[in-house]
Ligand binder design. Structure first.
Ligand SMILES: NC(=O)c1ccc[n+]([C@@H]2O[C@H](COP(=O)([O-])OP(=O)(O)OC[C@H]3O[C@@H](n4cnc5c(N)ncnc54)[C@H](O)[C@@H]3O)[C@@H](O)[C@H]2O)c1
Length: 257
């Protein structure tokens, strides 16, 4: 019996900006668990940072794709098909909103701010799933990263909360469309973690302080905790789990006070 959860599997993780990225923790743990992993970066600048992380490690392949560009997504699917053949998993760990939208009143969300946040943070999962559908093996697993702000109001999270609500709904619709091939689609909902994306949310340090005080488990979840649950969802251990949002937040989401 194997001890490695992802032995023989191949997949792609999108959203590595640096060593703090949730995507990097997932890619690293997936590789430790036996997978060959495509490490996806948005642009040249991030390719340099990620290049240092994967240097000398044969279990990784670096590739670049801006998920707002269909031609770059298609090129990534082609590149990974050539490198790996069929894929067993995809991790979407990507979000972006215009800075001005992440403070003040949600009511003041601009049309352009709404479009950018929803397109980059939610529609990108649809675009990715469609482009990669022919490359995915039957029984593959797709996981994205959402946040509590998709179902509750966290002042300042604003349009990103609406994007996460869309992402969670997209998770269920994709789970339905792809279920016939045994392909599963789930979302992980981490608590607050210090990353580049988190720094863009001006209420973040307050959220961190409040949640630290209230989590039933007494400590906040970190990147490695999120990676552990994600790898479970990528593995055959979760073979009949689909369309779910799994919180990895030390229990904060169920507290009333
Ligand atoms: N850090 C937290 O507190 C927290 C909590 C819950 C959910 N999340 C979610 O986790 C995911 C990863 O965020 P993170 O905290 O690791 O931060 P991060 O900044 O390390 O990762 C965000 C990634 O999104 C990528 N990205 C943005 N626009 C893109 C585009 N057009 N094309 C391709 N990639 C693009 C960035 O390059 C970056 O790699 C996000 O979906 C985020 O909303 C984070």
């Amino acid at each position: 019996m194997t001890t490695e959860l992802l032995e023989g599997k191949k997949g792609a993780v999108f959203g590595v900006a640096n060593h703090r990225s949730i995507a990097w923790a997932v890619a690293d743990l997936a590789a430790q668990q036996g997978a060959l992993v495509g490490v996806g970066v948005q642009n040249e600048r991030m390719a340099q940072a990620a290049g240092k992380l994967v240097e000398g490690r044969g279990e990784f392949r670096l590739f670049q794709a801006d998920l707002t560009k269909d031609d770059e997504i298609a090129a990534a699917a082609q590149q990974l098909k050539e490198e790996f053949g069929g894929l067993d998993f995809i991790v979407h760990s990507v979000a972006y909103a215009l800075r001005d939208e992440l403070a003040g009143r949600f009511l003041d969300t601009s049309r352009e701010g709404f479009r950018v946040a929803l397109e980059t943070s939610a529609y990108s999962l649809v675009a990715l799933a469609r482009a990669f559908e022919p490359v995915l093996n039957d029984g593959a697993s797709i996981v994205s990263m959402t946040y509590l702000g998709g179902e509750r109001v966290l002042p300042g999270y604003n349009v990103m909360g609406v994007a996460k609500a869309a992402l969670e709904s997209i998770t269920r619709y994709l789970a339905h469309d792809l279920g016939g091939r045994g392909i599963r689609v789930n979302a992980v909902s981490p608590g607050p973690i210090q990353t580049v994306a988190a720094r863009g949310i001006r209420s973040f340090s307050k959220v961190l302080e409040v949640m630290k005080e209230r989590v039933p488990l007494g400590r906040l979840a970190d990147q490695s905790d999120v990676a552990a649950t994600t790898v479970y969802l990528l593995s055959d251990l979760s073979r009949t789990v689909t369309g779910q949002v799994i919180f990895v937040d030390s229990g904060y989401h169920f507290m009333g006070l």
